[in-house]
Design a protein around this ligand. Sequence first.
Ligand code: ZN
Length: 276
Amino acid sequence: MSEQAEIGVIGGSGFYSFLDDVTEITVETPYGPPSDSLFLGELGGRKVAFLPRHGRKHHLPPHRINYRANLWALRATGVRQVLAPCAVGGLQPEYGPGTLLVPDQLVDRTKARVQTYFDGEPLPDGSQPNVVHVSFADPYCQSGRDAALTAARGRGWEPVDGGTLCVVEGPRFSTRAESRWHAAQGWSVVGMTGHPEAILARELGLCYATLALVTDLDAGAETGDGVSHEEVLKVFGENVGRLRDVLFDAVTGLPAERRCGCADSLDGFDPGIRLP
Ligand SMILES: [Zn+2]
């Protein structure tokens, strides 16, 4: 496939479209279909592919998303840099609704998700992935983080620079005890989709950065009735316009040439499969 995009945006809950003038394409992958079509467009001279993470009608819960297919499809379309907005709960009282946090760390609390391309299972083309252990000490691309932070500041939305995104299995929200425990570890926000997206991007040599929009205080950080999905969508709806603006600027702020090292994640390994 010829390269039709260079930058991918994966939209989360409440974020189902990005650019107005788009070409819709469907992409097949060895792992099955991605969450939806890819929507290709251009922004400031950069070619962008948008993918709604849950499908455009939000039919996929976090644990049913085919993360491997999503990242593979983006790469197959030419994407090498990914920006991934998501809705999260604040684990610390200072991260209330409307906070934009660009995490620099991640804790995986998911339970039942395939989180590697290198699991020994042959692909339909007969190739067999080898055992590969990529470095994940710093799970996010610093160039992507910088672009997101600069874009937010430029739009007058002071972001939180750094913090830990705890990713839970879902689809339920946390109990108060779980939430208090997450908070006591010093973790910043909690979400359901940031993993395995981040590691799969790393395994494919993609740049990946998350923009976490706080839609609620998680159960342990507030004293009310706990989180509801309506509340999440309401706060997301109130912020989706400015989040889109920040993403516009972040896309055009990404470096045209990658010097961050993300592309080298498989250096020293024979992956055994051909990356798209
Ligand atoms: Zn990078």
